[in-house]
Design a protein around this ligand. Structure first.
Ligand code: RIB
Length: 291
């Protein structure tokens, strides 16, 4: 059984469905509205759990109703929330506009996510896991501290560098796997002055949207895993589904290229449904898609 620890954000998403994303100064009418659980940390934790991993989530929510909604949802997904802190700040929120092609724009208010930090008991939870999964919606010093705790304990650290932020070489060098999209990969390699990110991180996964994903391993060639052709309803949370499923597979001991196939299949299922957490597939659905 794969044990995955996620240190990350939890948001409640306010999702507006639109024909097209409005231009600055423009008002448009939405064709639909929904409120759903989201946030890159929570999405990835749920994706790992639904993919079959035993998941613990280290994060923070407010003492408001969105905090209640988040805690209850995580418990429903079988995720250990004993390290989820209730703090005085409001639970993180996101305003998401999804257009007719399933593309989105997202505005995040960090709220409680800005207070996420790592304590001794969190380090113990990281040490007891096979995989630590990180994103960049929490303070960067917390990301670094968690990665160092993983390195010390021999836990595999996976960093999804989203949303994009400048990262020091120290942060990059402290993780085992980096998951980025093409733009993030280009920006990070130019900022850190390396031609190839595998000079800093042994395994780099580049997600390519509808074209699948690539595996770049230090000293090895590039492996491309194509995605099946599907009709996209909403791409929100597809990258997170990919990361969570990938982490679950890595924790099970899958070879990186097999973990990539598994993650691509999971993400392809998620884009066919609306929302972030509501779109994340189960293990049975992923296995069916692969079969
Ligand atoms: O990656 C999608 C997520 O980004 C949304 O759920 C939203 O909350 C933002 O964190």
């Amino acid at each position: 059984m794969s044990r995955v620890c996620v240190v990350g954000s939890a948001n409640v998403d306010q999702v507006y469905s639109l024909e097209r994303i409005p231009s600055p100064g423009e008002t448009v009418l939405a064709s639909g509205f929904a409120t759903a659980r989201g946030g890159k940390g929570q999405n990835q934790a749920v994706a790992a759990a639904r993919a079959g991993a035993v998941v613990s989530f280290i994060g923070a929510v407010g003492t408001d109703s969105f905090g209640e909604m988040t805690s209850a949802g995580l418990i429903e997904d079988g995720i250990d929330i004993s390290r989820l802190r209730r703090v005085a700040s409001p639970t993180g929120t996101a305003i998401i506009a999804v257009d007719a092609a399933g593309e989105n724009t997202i505005i995040v208010d960090s709220g409680a996510n800005a207070t996420v930090h790592v304590e001794d008991a969190d380090r113990a939870a990281i040490a007891q896991s096979d995989v630590l999964l990180l994103q960049l919606e929490i303070p960067l010093p917390t990301v670094l501290e968690a990665a160092i705790a993983a390195r010390t304990a021999g836990t595999t650290a996976i960093l999804n560098a989203a949303p994009m932020a400048p990262l020091s070489r120290e942060v990059l060098a402290s993780v085992d796997v980096l998951v980025v999209n093409e733009h993030e990969a280009a920006q990070l390699s130019s900022e850190s002055g390396v031609g190839d990110l595998t000079e800093l991180v042994p395994t780099v996964v580049v997600t390519l949207g509808g074209a699948g994903a690539e595996l770049h391993e230090r000293g090895a060639g590039v492996v491309h895993v194509p995605a099946p052709s599907v009709s996209v309803v909403d791409s929100t949370g597809a990258g997170d589904t990919f990361c969570g499923a990938f982490a679950a597979a890595v924790g099970e001991g899958s070879e990186p290229r097999d973990a990539l196939r598994f993650a691509v299949a999971a993400a392809s299922l998620s884009v066919q449904r609306e929302g972030a957490v509501p779109s994340i597939p189960t293990r049975a659905e992923i296995d069916d898609a692969l079969a």
